[in-house]
Write a protein that binds this ligand. Sequence first.
Ligand SMILES: C[S@@+](CC[C@H](N)C(=O)[O-])C[C@H]1O[C@@H](n2cnc3c(N)ncnc32)[C@H](O)[C@@H]1O
Length: 345
Amino acid sequence: MLALKVPKKIANEVRKVLIEKSLMNLNLKIKPESDFVFIPLDEKLHDESNLIEIMTDSGFHGFETVDTEFESLKRAPRSMTEYLKDKLNEKEIEDLKKSFDIIGDVVILEIPEELQQHKKIIGEAALKFTKRKAVYMKSSAIKGVIRTREMEHLAGEDVSETIHQEYGCRLLMDVKNVYFSPRLATERRRVADRTVNGEIVLDMFAGVGPFSILIAREKSVKIYAVDINPSAYDYLKRNIELNKVQNKVIPLLGDVADMVSQEKIKADRIIMNLPGTACEFLGVAMDAIKEGGVIHYYEFSSDYDTAIKRLEDAANPRKVEILEKRKVKSRSPGQWHIVVDARVF
Ligand SMILES: C[S@@+](CC[C@H](N)C(=O)[O-])C[C@H]1O[C@@H](n2cnc3c(N)ncnc32)[C@H](O)[C@@H]1O
């Protein structure tokens, strides 16, 4: 291996120049010998005159190049890609990285069937490179009325309760017992921005409160936040306190259809973030929306037409004006979690 023989006392200066000019082999150990050191040169260096010229320009003269053996430098992998490169190909690693959800101190991964044999090392890599406390793997689809999934612990502590920070809100939750997606943050920001001071808001499927709490922290409003999952309701109450919005958010446990009639709720704005089955609650929403009020209606769909038609049918004989429509996030190829904002009058 080609090396530059350099007097020890200026070795550090020379090393810096070689690194800066990409002329040093960083995978090998510099070798000392009496008053000299041998600095390994990059394997791609074929033209020694170029090296001499660079060294002369940097004020160093009269070094000789020699052929010698070096020890390899054992260094820890610096990235998740490097850590997993012997087990997974580049595409598999990139796909895995896209599957990461980070909620507070918890990382949640989706590992495809063909990579299950490597799940522990993938979990360790995720722990190491995200610097979070716990790593879980999704082990079932989201299911049931309360929209939760099974999770398998892979690495770090087996602690699934955490505090997630989003736009200044602190959201406490147990990721195993409640639904929460950090990928909806931009949508929550958008809905909070659309909300007007003085409004009464109904968050029909509130979960641990991410929509309600963000709106309440920023606007002068009254919000009814409803959820049917006792665990989500419990965290919702704690999050209301944690974010000091007790005077704005009213937590309610139960089926939103019952809550709307029981509390006689009439709202200027309704959030219907239950994309799989929100359509079944459009009648409840139409009963609760005030004249000129706005509904943020969510669905899983490949287009907006079905959602708009459902809104129009449910509003009939009243009319709806479509204010905005957007893709919130991708669900599966060709399928989106969409939102349509409609004014009812
Ligand atoms: C998709 S999650 C949305 C949670 C929250 N909005 C968020 O962004 O994290 C839907 C929530 O609706 C709740 N839910 C389902 N059916 C319900 C019903 N009939 N009445 C009230 N809440 C319901 C579930 O427990 C779940 O927490």
